[in-house]
Design a binder for this molecule. Structure first.
Ligand code: OFO
Length: 170
């Protein structure tokens, strides 16, 4: 029965498996950002906390977007298990560096699914993933903009407060 259903799906089965892996990565990103928001909250960095709460929500939306895409096309989306989320950080700068690394990894992952979709001529998936390519560019840019502030202003107490305030406009 399961195989019969899978034969009827309108996207490539291997791409569907990759998209299910991507669901896990988006869920992990959402949890990772939630942990970052919590650290910022506890350290009185309120604007950064807001920023990461919002990022966490957005990652969950990305996860659901892929989830729906698989199910809407006759495939089976799997609810992800999230493991090994980091909760300990030394500084706000370290958090934004980790966030940028995470975004770069997600970008690579999305690009690699697009290349595979193109190779197997799964045009629906390739077209669907275009939105994620743009989104990743924007998210990487946001993290880089904050990291540039650390380069410009430093990391001492006052600079940290000023950077935190700037984060609300990023
Ligand atoms: Fe899911 O948007 Fe970045 O990671």
């Amino acid at each position: 029965m399961k195989d019969l259903v899978r034969q009827k799906i309108s996207i490539n089965v291997d791409i569907m498996d990759l998209l299910n892996q991507q669901i896990k990565k988006e869920a992990h990103s959402s949890s990772a950002y939630l942990a970052m928001a919590s650290w910022c909250d506890q350290n009185g960095l309120n604007y950064s906390a807001e920023f990461f709460y919002k990022q966490s929500e957005e990652e969950r939306e990305h996860m659901l977007k892929i989830f729906k895409f698989i199910n809407d096309n006759g495939g089976t989306a799997y609810s992800p298990e999230v493991k090994s989320v980091m909760h300990e950080f030394n500084s706000l700068q370290e958090i934004f560096e980790a966030a940028l690394d995470q975004e770069i990894e997600i970008t690579k992952s999305i690009h690699s699914i697009v290349f595979k979709a193109r190779k197997v001529q799964d045009l629906s998936s390739e077209y669907f993933l275009q939105w994620f390519i743009n989104e990743q560019m924007e998210e990487e840019q946001k993290m880089r903009r904050v990291l540039e502030l650390f380069d410009l202003m430093g990391t001492d107490g006052i600079a940290l407060k000023l950077i935190d305030e700037r984060v609300k406009d990023i």
